[in-house]
Design a protein around this ligand. Structure first.
Ligand code: FPP
Length: 262
């Protein structure tokens, strides 16, 4: 797993601290976003697709600042999926340059805002310069205690689950893990999100209504918000609308609320 590959042991205490960190119960602690529609945004303007990705990067900055201001604890952004390698080589190269560009221009502000950068996904398949940019940002911001800006890069939920299964089977085989100790809670500890709370709110932009192999385990009880707005056009008002929508939902986790019993 990414955490283990970087030699960072999953910090259970941090996980528990996060689970209790809900200052304003109306603001989702963890927002996950499938940032979609960059290509269509560019096409509408007769621009190359990569221009849409560049504009999408600016939206990432805007939404990070706003989420931080609202007191969101974790913002997970689906920046590159395990399937995105199928795109044209030039587009993939452009996308692989974005973390470097983003962090080069934004790292001082991330430090000022006390934001910590993290990543989920298999970093080993990323080009060296992309790995280096992400690793440097993670190292430099690791003492920051505010918002966690979590990039999903070369991330696929099925890939994550297969890795978790293999790890668990290996530990069972080696006698380090007992079958009877495998529970929903313990499986979560083998995922790349082990040190994070589950998302409260998932947003997908651009009118597509599917999960595209994103956090399938972690989204079991998450509220979904789909919008037709293309990612480069997504702004503070759009985020507020999604949060307002979330506030009006009645999260029951499969049970009933007090007033509904009887
Ligand atoms: C999907 O839109 C978007 C992506 C595959 C890339 C998302 C990346 C960013 C928004 C920038 C990330 C920034 C950093 C700092 C890593 P699409 O290209 O599939 O759009 P389309 O469906 O309209 O073609």
């Amino acid at each position: 797993m990414f955490n283990r590959l970087f030699g960072k042991k999953v910090n259970k205490k941090r996980n528990d601290e996060h689970k209790g960190l809900v200052e304003d119960e109306h603001v989702p602690s963890h927002i996950a976003i499938i940032m979609d529609g960059n290509g269509r945004w560019a096409k509408k303007r007769a621009m190359p697709r990569v221009k849409g990705h560049h504009e999408g990067m600016n939206t990432v900055k805007k939404i990070t600042r706003h989420a931080n201001k609202l007191g969101v604890k974790v913002l997970t952004l689906y920046a590159f999926s395990t399937e995105n390698w199928k795109r044209p080589k030039t587009e993939v190269e452009f996308l692989m340059n974005l973390p470097g560009q983003f962090l080069h221009s934004f790292l001082p502000e991330l430090m000022e805002l006390n934001i910590r950068v993290q990543m989920i996904g298999d970093h080993t398949q990323l080009p060296n310069h992309t790995q280096k940019a992400l690793h440097t940002a993670m190292e430099q911001t690791k003492q920051n205690t505010g918002l966690i800006l979590n990039f999903a890069m070369n991330y696929g939920s099925r890939d994550e689950m297969v890795r978790a299964m293999k790890q668990m089977i290996q530990e069972v085989t080696e006698g380090k893990l007992r079958m009877e100790d495998i529970t929903e809670e313990s499986v979560s500890d083998y995922l790349m999100t082990a040190d994070l709370p589950e998302p409260d709110l998932l947003i997908r932009t651009s009118g597509e209504v599917r999960l595209s192999n994103f956090m399938l385990w972690q989204l079991a009880y998450t509220e979904f918000w789909f919008t037709d707005v293309l990612w480069p056009d997504f702004d503070e008002v759009c985020l507020q609308q999604a949060i307002d929508g979330y506030k009006n939902r009645n999260r029951r986790y499969g049970g009933l609320k007090g007033e509904e019993v009887n």
